[in-house]
Design a protein around this ligand. Structure first.
Ligand code: UT7
Length: 328
């Protein structure tokens, strides 16, 4: 029997000032505002300046989340940074964040689960808190994806944007907190969204860079179908585990990959658009950052009140997917 639940105590988000509009992209590849808007729902995305990097946004989001939780950085004993666009290979971006925040007691690491990274982190933090290993975890999703975008590939370059979102997770009282959390993967579909270069398999050389091996490659059509099915299935799974239904959900925050994916999943779950977060028009797809940004924007907009049921579902490269149901 669960005696202690983990819940979210504070949230934060941050993104670069730089904006890349659909009109900007139309000067770079053969595309149009109309195509991007109708096929994806995206109007603009944030783009980091050349001198900006992932941990800067993560630290800003993390600091805000800690402050809103009423805690100090020294109270945090675990930092999980979900990212597929780290500052560098070694050390982890988590450790860079730990030092920058002055979270002296915290273990820190990165978590590579693409767009599902934040829900992977939340699921692990939940388990660590419930076993008593961790008191306060800082879970961050942070990305500067625009570094890995090929601005000659119109299928991918219109989608991705930069930003970070964070949540402080700790033990909560009463019926609040994470009611169910599930994460999954299927590596057989790895080539649906991947970056073949830059690692040990195809080490970075002048040739691999020139060939663009470090850029994201995507089979958008195939991914679309798996994304809709997986997010709907995992949402039903966590609802069922908690003995609740989609009708009980106050706010559904799906990963922001494409407005058409969001609409299709919400439709399958019978959740009308008023109860669904959508930030894709302003942010594009920010991978692991999209759900925590959505969570924080919803909190700031007063869309979540104590006692509300919040459902989150994600899907991403790997492929990975996850669902978390919590009572705020
Ligand atoms: O976050 C991780 C998860 N990510 C996803 O799940 C992404 C899932 N996939 C998608 O969101 C969509 O598949 C895309 C937005 C990537 C593509 O939308 P689509 O409706 O599936 O388009 P499509 O790939 O079927 O392409 C339709 C047409 C093609 O032209 P033809 O062959 O019909 O002549 C494409 O070449 O649209 C063309 N096209 C474009 N046209 C203008 C593809 N990209 C563009 C573009 N601008 N940017």
């Amino acid at each position: 029997m669960v005696t202690t639940r983990a819940g979210i105590l504070g949230t934060g988000h941050s993104y670069p000032e730089g904006i890349l509009t659909n009109a900007d992209l139309a000067t770079m590849v053969e595309t149009s505002d109309d195509w991007i808007t109708t096929r994806t729902g995206i109007k603009q995305r944030r783009k980091a300046a050349p001198e900006e990097y992932t941990s800067q946004f993560a630290v800003r989001a993390g600091r805000q989340a800690i402050e809103r939780a009423g805690l100090q950085a020294e109270d945090i004993d675990l930092i999980l940074c979900a990212t597929v666009s780290p500052d560098q290979i070694l050390p982890s971006t988590g450790c860079i964040i730990q030092a920058e925040l002055g979270a002296n007691k915290a273990a820190a690491m990165d978590l590579v689960a693409a767009c599902s990274g934040f829900l992977y982190g939340l699921t692990l933090a939940d388990a660590m808190i419930r076993t008593g290993q961790t008191k306060y975890a800082l879970v961050i999703g942070a990305e500067v994806l625009t570094r890995y975008v090929d601005y000659t590939d119109r299928q991918t370059c219109v989608l991705f944007g930069d930003g970070a979102g964070a949540a402080v997770v700790g033990a909560v009282e009463g019926d609040r907190g994470i009611l169910a959390a599930r994460i999954r993967s299927d590596g057989r579909y790895l080539e649906q969204l991947y970056s073949p270069g830059g690692g040990t398999r195809r080490k970075p050389t002048a040739e691999t860079l020139a060939a663009g091996d470090h850029f994201f490659k995507m089979k958008g059509n195939e991914l679309f179908k798996v994304a809709v099915r997986s997010m709907a299935d995992i949402s039903r799974e966590v609802l069922e585990e908690a003995g609740l239904s989609a009708e009980d959900v106050k706010l559904f925050i799906p990963h922001q990959a494409n407005q058409r994916i969001t609409d299709a999943v919400a439709n399958k779950l019978n959740v009308e658009s008023e109860r669904v977060y959508s930030g894709i028009s302003q942010h594009g797809n920010t991978s692991s950052a999209s759900i925590p940004i959505g969570l924080d924007e919803s909190v700031e907009a007063g869309k979540i009140s104590p006692g509300d049921l919040v459902l989150m579902a994600s899907f991403g490269g790997g492929v990975t997917w996850g669902g978390v149901l919590l009572r705020w």
